[in-house]
Design a protein around this ligand. Structure first.
Ligand code: FAD
Length: 410
């Protein structure tokens, strides 16, 4: 059997590994249009900040792929899929026949229709070549303007500070990370980021990027002009669905899949950022990993393995600010309680959202000490009735409670 995977991001590579580890008899061909072997995209932030060299970006060496019989084809862009003939056509003219095909084409940075977005000095960050370009600009000491105060925009802003360049983040919404934080947490995060030298403007949006051929700055909706030599647009991502769409597969936001990660065409699976399950596309690594596990099982004949949506969990990385946000952090409806802990001097804020005696969401800002225990509370749905009020008290041992509760239910 011949398996062809398009895309060697985390979803494609994990599918390849899962298939190869389960069934060595399957021939696995992993294609990517990038000239690089798989590197986890969060490492791009460490690369920009200087924490990681380019040699340390790839996750696996050649021997790892060889040991599993995974055939990697770099710099090979898939141009068309023919589901009837079970063939993929590539930019260099060759065609590959498959028994099973996995679309793991990920997503692209979304550029909103802003005037001036085409100017020189306007960037997005999705792949290693984008990171190289940003580093070159930062080395020239150009002031940076980052449009979008989401996780990626903030992580990149902090990474760029290592060059000593001026960095300003503009966020359209009135506070940072509205999906991951509440009002209190967002205010504390903004203080922590500003204390590290990044200017943050919330509640204002870029209406035009100005320049001649080269960018000079951006005009905001409020009328204010911010000078900049580089503008990084960090406004979210969109799944890459063109191959699937042109092949006639059902697509909506992403490539629509069922709980087996199977698309509307026989023997074609979709995983990772490109896949849409239950009307939702995720754009995060935990979902890609979970989907790749299911696709790997299905392709190797374990057909009882089905995908279930993940609990969203996000972590801010290089900033020197520990932030984790898990599950439902801004409950809107229904019966819920919140337990909070705030130490403003130490810039620590923690919140747990509790529904029906179980923790369904958490914010941990400025401290990682309870991270493992909180993840367990959420993922295992541990009943916290007896200790609800003590959960975030400094002298309460959350880890010990989770261990006891887990032992009881084992
Ligand atoms: C800088 C950065 C930091 C991030 N940090 C986090 C984080 O901390 N936590 C988190 O959960 N998520 C993070 N993300 C998001 C995360 O990286 C994505 O969710 C993840 O990469 C999705 O994996 P994927 O394999 O679906 O797609 P991708 O990683 O996008 O890989 C898709 C691959 O398909 C290839 N491809 C596309 N079209 C074709 C074609 N036609 N022919 C051949 N090859 C093709 C692409 O070149 C690419 O190699 C971050 C993203 C970035 C950019």
């Amino acid at each position: 059997m011949r398996l062809v995977i398009i895309g060697n991001g985390v979803a494609g590579v994990t599918t390849a590994r899962n298939v190869a580890d389960r069934k060595a008899s399957i021939e696995v061909h992993l294609y990517t249009k990038e000239p690089y072997a798989y590197y986890p995209r969060p490492r791009l932030i460490d690369y920009i900040s200087g924490k990681l060299s380019v040699e340390n970006l790839p996750q696996y060496d050649d021997a790892w792929y060889q040991a599993r019989g995974i055939d990697v084809h770099l710099s090979q862009q898939a141009m068309a899929v023919d589901p009837q003939a079970r063939k993929v056509a590539f930019a260099d003219g060759h065609k590959e026949i498959y028994d099973s095909l996995v679309l793991a084409t990920g997503s692209r940075a979304w550029v909103p229709p802003i005037q001036g977005a085409h100017l020189q000095g306007v960037h997005t960050l999705r792949c290693l070549d984008d990171a190289h370009a940003l580093c070159r600009q930062a080395e020239q000491g150009e002031p940076f303007l980052i449009l979008g105060g989401g996780l990626l925009g903030l992580d990149t802003a902090m990474a760029l500070r290592s060059y000593g360049v001026d960095v300003t983040v503009v966020e359209l919404l009135p506070r940072l990370l509205p999906r991951q934080l509440d009002v209190e947490g967002a205010a504390l995060l903004q203080q922590a980021i500003e204390a590290r030298g990044v200017r943050v403007i919330t509640g204002d949006a870029c209406s035009e990027i100005e320049g001649d051929a080269q960018v000079h700055g951006a005009r905001l909706g409020s009328g204010r002009f911010l000078p900049a030599g580089v503008v990084l647009i960090s406004a979210g991502v969109r799944p890459k669905i063109d191959l699937a769409q042109e092949a006639g597969l059902t697509c909506h936001l992403g490539v629509v899949v069922d709980e087996r990660m199977l698309t509307s065409a026989p023997a074609i699976y979709a995983v990772g950022d490109t896949a849409e399950f239950n009307g939702r596309v995720w754009g995060i690594i935990p979902a890609a990993l979970a989907q790749a596990r299911v696709a790997g099982a299905q392709i190797t004949g374990q057909t009882d393995v089905a995908y279930q949506d993940v609990v969203p969990s996000t972590t801010l990385q290089v900033t020197g600010i520990d932030l984790t946000s898990v599950g439902e952090v801004n409950p809107e409806a229904g019966d819920y309680q919140e337990v909070r802990f705030l130490d403003e001097a130490a810039q620590i804020y923690k919140k747990l959202v509790i529904r029906e005696n179980r923790v369904v969401g958490a914010i941990l800002l400025g401290s990682r000490s309870d991270l493992a225990a909180v993840n367990q509370l959420v993922s295992r749905g541990i009943d916290v009735t007896e200790v609800q009020d003590q959960l975030l008290e400094p002298d309460f041992d959350l880890g010990a409670f989770v261990r006891r509760a887990s032992a009881r239910s084992a």
